[in-house]
Design a binder for this molecule. Structure first.
Ligand code: B3K
Ligand code: ZN
Length: 867
């Protein structure tokens, strides 16, 4: 497959006024008739090339009702070219496809007894021949015909127009989407689905029918998704003045799905994981994810659908922006401070390694071989940080004006990241020329800040740099917003006076860092004041500061900014742990760490959910990132030792707080009940390290009346040597074996276990009766959890973890290339480890390349990972 380049972009030479699609669905195949009205512009030379795929048959090809003679067109595995077409014409195509044989889950496929589609990014070309690119927008009218008994529900985009019975027990439905859309937003669903309905009245009075379609047995698990949808609809009206624009909003949950969900116009298709939730089967984190993803897909209706992308290089235009919108929505629905920590943690755990490794690419990539490989954490999560920085730089009011201007200019169009930045610039009057480097340069910038006293003044000097990444040796300095506060000697924000580029609000200021080296002078700063730097994680960078341990301990307790408070605690723990790892020591527990830890335990004024995070030690992955060479075993041992020492030193306080949170807490989904569970389950991780921990964990498991508490205990049990370990896992399995999403958790806890036998157990689990290579959720729950989240057990010195992953990639690739490609990244991190691990990782990659019929998806990532 050929590399596609941003610089080669050419606008289409035609428009399509409308397309009429008829789907005749049958048990073992589907026939698709497409009639499109083409208008050619200028002199295109008379030829027309359409995208296609290798898995469909062409049954008929007509222009204005006349068959196109065989010598007048060429068909290959991925396109159809008609030699000469008139200026305007109706193109008629009939194709035949095989949904039940489609294990790639792209195009039209069959999942859990239902037909469904996935067209982003390039799935529509596997349904019919079409210019399958996001800048070709047209009007869709879709007729679906199927057997009435097996497929009572027939859905497509837009509004329902007509339906009725046909001969032979068949029936049909016609759907009309009045909004122009690109082919990637097309969707069809047909099957035997139950439905939960509700309704919504928009601010301007439009009545919208809301439906969530699921398997009959899951009908009792849709409430939270429905409530989340209505909350998202209200939020977008209030925050952005954006209303829904059709008469119906349909959501369908399917169990075999390559990603989280898909924002098809008026017909979102969701992974069941992000729709189904009940207290017995879903954790609090699952509920939050349902709300976030429901919001995300809903917000795409404007940022993605009404304004779409000109080409796939602009993917972050819709994804970065929509992630930013869903993060803000969740912040408003839950706790802003804790949500920010969760998002920063995800960014550092997933995006930073990507940005530092062989697969690094800019938020707006410049070339790709397989576009599905670019639905990355860089495009999504770093893309959201880019939007967040613009929001910080120009301020919330100008940002809202910029959004209005963006919709005013580009509604109904396919736009670019440049268009978005220009709208923000025009609305705010702020020059974002230098800021645009965030779109084009890859890599995580490093910012070093040093302090200096000059009489009464404090001077902060910042130095920014960014290491080389593939194809980009040298980087220019970024424009980054650095939120800074000053914490006075007695705690509390000090209002400062600043010289140069930065304005104080009540308690802080935003410094605009633009140069490689830049100083800021703060006037009349009292002795003993500690700067609070990068509040709210205002720029996605790695920060290096010169604060002492005592100053970190001070900020960990006193800072009014939750992010800096948390970060100071984490830094304090990390400093100690990195020293332990580097010296291979398991030293005593430093007094200061214990004091800070106890301070958090005794803090009665802070949200318990935030306390839980303040008490958490940095993850093994986060610690690994702080080392020049990853030493996975030492990291694991040092972290366990510190946790054990902290637990031991405060055991009574921990157990008392744990029990105080148990009392009087019936299960609810209120923020306060969720926060209490979060803290209580964090305390349980320390209790697990105490001599009498076993009994408490066993009781916690036995008494759990919800999945959050149940999983908290089961995770610890899966790590342990407790005598009841195997029996508990077996009981859990038999209790939940009919619930796929819960069984995914059962696989995941075992994949996360730090026990030395984990790699062998994970391998054995691939032979388990409940394991299947055909379901992406199941693959991720076992294989991705193991290879991405279990650092110490994946990096077994024997190389067994790497070999296992290599074998799995090759095996999954035969079934589902997109999902196989998503397993590759951990093997590309060989630059972080020493021999013999390094060689074993490269061997595993090389062995994947030897697989027969390797997909372009996997090949692209493996080759880049080896480079
Ligand atoms: N836009 C889809 C992602 C499609 C991925 C195709 N490989 C989901 C989302 O971001 O909302
Ligand atoms: Zn999205």
């Amino acid at each position: 497959k050929q590399e596609i380049r941003l610089e080669d972009y050419k606008a289409p030479v035609f428009t399509i006024d409308k397309i009429d699609l008829t789907f005749r669905l049958h048990d073992d195949h589907a026939e698709v008739e497409a009639r499109s009205l083409f208008k050619m512009h200028g002199d295109a030379g008379g030829a027309l090339q359409l995208d296609g795929g290798p898995f469909m048959d062409l049954l008929a090809l007509e222009i204005d009702g006349q068959p196109v003679p065989a010598d007048q067109f060429v068909k290959s595995a991925d396109f159809l070219q008609i030699r000469a077409v008139p200026k305007t014409f109706e193109l008629g195509i009939i194709t035949k496809v095989y949904p039940k044989q489609n294990t790639r889950l792209e195009g039209l496929y069959f999942s859990g007894g239902n037909f469904c589609t996935q067209c982003e990014a390039e799935g529509f070309r596997h349904i019919t021949y079409f210019p399958d690119r996001p800048d070709v927008l047209t009007r869709y009218m879709v007729r679906v015909e199927a057997d009435k008994e097996s497929c009572p529900v027939l859905l497509s985009n837009g509004n329902p127009k007509e339906s009725g019975d046909l001969e032979n027990g068949r029936h049909f439905a016609v759907w009309d989407d009045p909004h122009l859309k690109p082919s990637y937003l097309f969707a069809l669903v047909a099957g035997d689905l139950a439905c939960q309905s509700d309704s919504f009245r928009t601010a301007s009075g439009r009545h919208v029918e809301l439906n969530i379609f699921v398997a009959e047995r899951d009908l009792d698990k849709c409430d939270y998704a429905m409530q989340s949808l209505k909350r998202a609809m209200v939020w977008d009206e209030e925050e952005y003045g954006l209303e829904y624009d059709l008469d119906v909003y349909n959501i369908v949950a399917v169990s075999d799905f390559n990603m989280g969900a898909m924002e098809n116009k008026g017909l979102n298709v969701f992974n069941t994981k992000y729709v189904l939730a009940s207290p017995e089967t879903a954790t609090d984190a699952d509920f939050d994810h349902v709300e976030g993803v429901i919001g995300h897909e809903y917000f795409h209706n404007w940022t993605g659908n009404r304004v779409t992308c000109r080409d796939w290089f602009q993917l972050s235009l819709k994804e970065g922006l929509t992630v930013f919108r869903d993060q803000e929505f969740s912040s408003d629905m839950t706790s802003r401070a804790v949500k920010r920590l969760d998002d920063v943690r995800v960014l550092r755990m997933l995006q930073y390694p990507e940005d530092a490794g062989p697969l690094a690419h800019p938020v707006r990539p410049e070339k790709y071989i397989e576009i599905n490989n670019f639905y990355t954490t860089t495009v999504y999560n770093k893309g959201a940080e880019v939007i967040r920085m613009m929001h910080c730089i120009i301020g919330p009011e100008a940002f809202r004006k910029g959004m209005d201007l963006y919709f005013e200019r580009h509604d109904g169009q396919a736009a670019t990241c440049e268009d978005f930045a220009t709208a923000m610039e025009d609305a705010s009057g702020v020059d974002l020329k230098q800021f645009r480097l965030w779109y084009s340069q890859a890599g995580t910038p490093k910012v070093v800040v040093r302090r200096e006293r000059d009489g009464e003044d404090l001077i902060l000097t910042f130095e920014q740099s960014c290491g080389a990444s593939p194809g980009q040796a040298l980087k220019l300095p970024y424009h980054m917003p650095v939120r800074v506060g000053l914490i006075g000697p007695n705690g509390g924000d000090v209002k400062g006076e600043i010289e140069g580029d930065g304005v104080w609000s009540s308690s802080e200021c935003v410094l605009h860092l633009r140069n490689a080296r830049q100083s800021f002078r703060f006037r009349n700063v009292p002795e003993g004041t500690v700067p609070s730097i990068l509040r709210g994680f205002s720029a996605p960078v790695v920060l290096d500061h010169d604060l002492s341990d005592d100053e970190l301990a001070f900020l960990a307790v006193q800072d009014s900014d939750a992010f800096v408070r948390w970060e100071a605690s984490q830094d304090l723990f990390s400093r100690h742990l990195v020293k332990q790892v580097e010296t291979n020591g398991v030293g005593h527990l430093p007094e200061l760490l214990q004091q800070v830890f106890v301070g958090h335990l005794e803090d009665k004024d802070t949200d318990p959910a935030l306390i839980a995070e303040l008490l958490a030690l940095p993850s093994e992955i986060a610690l690994g990132q702080k080392l020049d060479v990853l030493m996975p075993e030492r990291v694991h041992v040092a972290r366990e030792a510190l946790a054990k020492a902290l637990a031991g030193a405060s055991s009574e306080k921990i157990i008392a707080l744990y029990h105080s949170l148990t009392a009087g807490h019936g299960y609810t989904l209120d923020q306060s009940a969720k926060a209490a569970r979060r803290l209580r389950n964090m305390l349980l991780t320390y209790i697990a390290l105490l001599p009498d921990g076993e009994a408490i964990i066993q009781a916690h498991y036995a008494q759990a009346d919800n999945m959050t508490d149940c999983m908290a205990a089961l995770t610890l049990i899966a790590h342990s040597d407790f005598a009841f370990r195997d029996q508990t896992l077996a009981d859990f399995y038999s209790k939940w074996q009919k619930n796929d999403l819960v069984i995914d958790k059962w696989f995941a806890v075992q994949a996360q276990s730090k026990r030395p036998d984990t790699v062998a157990r994970v391998r054995a689990l691939t032979e388990h009766e409940a394991f299947t290579f055909n379901n992406p959720n199941r693959l991720r729950s076992l294989i991705s959890t193991y290879s991405m989240l279990n650092q110490v057990r994946f990096h077994e010195k024997s190389g067994e973890g790497y070999r296992f992953l290599g074998e799995m990639i090759a095996k999954v690739d035969e079934i589902n290339p997109q999902t196989a490609a998503r397993l590759v990244a951990p093997l590309g991190r060989w630059g972080r480890v020493e021999e013999p691990r390094r060689g074993f990782m490269k061997d595993a990659l090389t062995s994947v390349l030897k697989a027969p019929n390797l997909s372009d998806d996997v090949r692209e990532l493996v080759e880049k990972s080896l480079a």
